[in-house]
Design a protein around this ligand. Structure first.
Ligand SMILES: NC(=O)c1ccc[n+]([C@@H]2O[C@H](COP(=O)([O-])OP(=O)(O)OC[C@H]3O[C@@H](n4cnc5c(N)ncnc54)[C@H](O)[C@@H]3O)[C@@H](O)[C@H]2O)c1
Length: 323
């Protein structure tokens, strides 16, 4: 049976990836420092190690002793706003942490490596981006993820490690199992809207209404977390079979503005959400949408939850479940 290590497996997306792997009866090992991850999200059938990826010695022992064959690396800090204020933290965690994993992967002859990257690596203002679009991150967060990608490309190039770099667009929603979903509050719009939706008089801050978009607010491409988890399973299988590495955009190709999202939440909760417009936030991109032709072709993939109404319903359902 295959031994798979998931870093960040106690986090939002990581817990969904683990849930899928466990369903497929894989041997799953989790490394997480619980900085934003939660014990509640850790699958009981996985073996958990509370460990920081900055701790190379401990990380390397876990990988060696558990005979890890594949690594899915999700552990990272991911708030664009925080990254602008505290770049050192992001550089250490996202760049040096990833370097530690690469080093141990090479030493222990890991076969497959899947890396969580982001659409924040692309140049702002391009609107729809393919994997060949210009890379020019606007935020510190995006810069650290791009450095992670470059280190993977450089380090694994001459090795036998096959890798997949997955550039997620904006992830939202929760598992239909009802057991896992996003707990930690960050600067993600759908999470914040889910939280305020529970209030009697909901109010939300919107950063910038003077962007060059239809309604003046930022546009993003939201993908349901179940589809993201599914992509990890398929890509891992594919790189094993093909024995070739790949870079893929993970998005639906739909542009949704901040106001579109607010309207959908209002419709579903049947309440007015008061909007407080604030200045633009440093590091935020104006609009970014995925060209997903490559992933569709490569994985013969088609999204299962590509519907704003379903995504919002799934967010509201989960938020009601957690106190
Ligand atoms: N959520 C999104 O919309 C989105 C979009 C693009 C990319 N991503 C990427 O997906 C990955 C997972 O994000 P998420 O939304 O699940 O966030 P999350 O905060 O829920 O998950 C990150 C996990 O990593 C752990 N972690 C962080 N630093 C660590 C360290 N040094 N050592 C060990 N564990 C550490 C945290 O405790 C947490 O459990 C990240 O790499 C992120 O950059 C997320």
């Amino acid at each position: 049976m295959e031994n798979i290590l998931v870093t960040g497996g106690a986090g939002y997306i990581g817990s969904h990836v683990v849930e899928r792997l466990i369903k497929l009866r894989k041997n799953v090992f989790i490394v997480d420092n619980l900085s934003t991850g939660k014990m509640k999200l850790i699958n009981k059938k996985a073996k958990f190690f509370k460990c920081d990826i900055m701790n190379y010695k401990k990380l390397d022992i876990i990988i060696r002793q558990n005979k890890i064959q594949s690594i899915i690396h999700l552990a990272a800090c991911l708030s664009v706003g925080e990254s602008q204020k505290n770049p050192r933290k992001y550089y250490r965690n996202n760049v040096l942490g990833t370097k530690n994993l690469i080093k141990s992967s090479l030493k222990n002859q890991i076969k497959n490596f899947v890396f969580s990257s982001t659409c924040a690596v692309y140049k702002d203002g391009l609107i729809t981006v393919s994997e060949n679009s210009k890379l020019f991150p606007k935020s510190v967060y995006g810069k650290t993820k791009l450095l992670g990608e470059k280190n993977i490309l450089k380090s694994f190039k001459l090795s036998k490690v096959k890798f997949a770099i997955l550039r997620y667009f904006n992830v939202a929603g929760a598992s239909s199992s009802g057991k896992i979903g996003q707990i930690t509050k960050g600067d993600q719009l759908f999470k914040n809207l889910s939280i305020v939706s529970k209030q009697k008089y909901p109010q939300i801050n919107v950063y910038g209404n003077d962007y060059h978009t239809q309604d003046g607010t930022c546009i993003r491409d939201y993908i349901h977390v179940s589809d993201i988890a599914d992509i990890h399973i398929r890509v891992l299988n594919k790189i094993k079979i093909n024995k070739k590495s790949i870079i893929l955009n993970c998005g639906y190709g739909n542009g949704i503005s901040v106001l579109d999202a607010i309207n959908e939440f209002q419709k579903q909760i049947k309440k007015n959400i008061k909007i407080k417009f604030l200045n633009r936030r440093k590091g935020d991109m104006e609009q970014i949408i995925s060209d997903n032709k490559k992933i569709k072709r490569y994985l013969k993939w088609s999204p299962k939850k590509n519907n704003l109404t379903w995504i919002v319903k799934s967010c509201i359902f989960w938020e009601k479940k957690i106190k």
